[in-house]
Design a protein around this ligand. Structure first.
Ligand code: 5GP
Ligand code: ZN
Length: 116
């Protein structure tokens, strides 16, 4: 757990969030400022500041989130039929504001491309 990391604190239940999923490795909760009718963040419980910090030993958690948690959540949240978008903002140019790796799941409306 990284000190003063808001997402570590959410994962540790130190601060509240609207949780939609939890297992031993990951947690998902509603974004505080939703950018779509459905906007959920999926995070690994283990702190990593961004995609750039992931190591080969993190393969399993990354695959778990991508291959299991996100598809299951998309179905559970009713996004599978219409589709959805997964976003991982990384670093300054990527627009990352919270330095704990997180996967945005956005759905419930048609998305634009290219993104801003
Ligand atoms: P980023 O800009 O780093 O890709 O995304 C961070 C996201 O975290 C933003 O969409 C922001 O609304 C959300 N967020 C920031 N602080 C909190 C919080 O305390 N609780 C929740 N649920 N979401 C947060
Ligand atoms: Zn953290």
């Amino acid at each position: 757990m990284a000190e003063n990391c808001i997402f570590c604190r959410i994962a540790g239940k130190e601060i509240p969030a609207d949780l939609v999923y939890e297992d031993d490795q990951a947690v998902a909760f509603k974004d505080l400022e939703p950018q779509a009718p459905m906007h959920v963040l999926v995070i690994p419980k283990k702190h990593a500041a961004s995609l750039l910090e992931l190591q080969p030993e993190d393969n399993a958690i990354a695959a778990h989130i991508l291959c299991e948690v996100i598809p299951a959540l998309a179905r559970k949240l009713g996004l599978a039929a219409g589709g959805f978008r997964v976003v991982v903002n990384t670093g300054e140019d990527g627009g990352q504001s919270v330095r704990h790796l997180h996967f945005h799941i956005l759905g419930g409306r048609s998305m634009q491309w290219p993104p801003g």
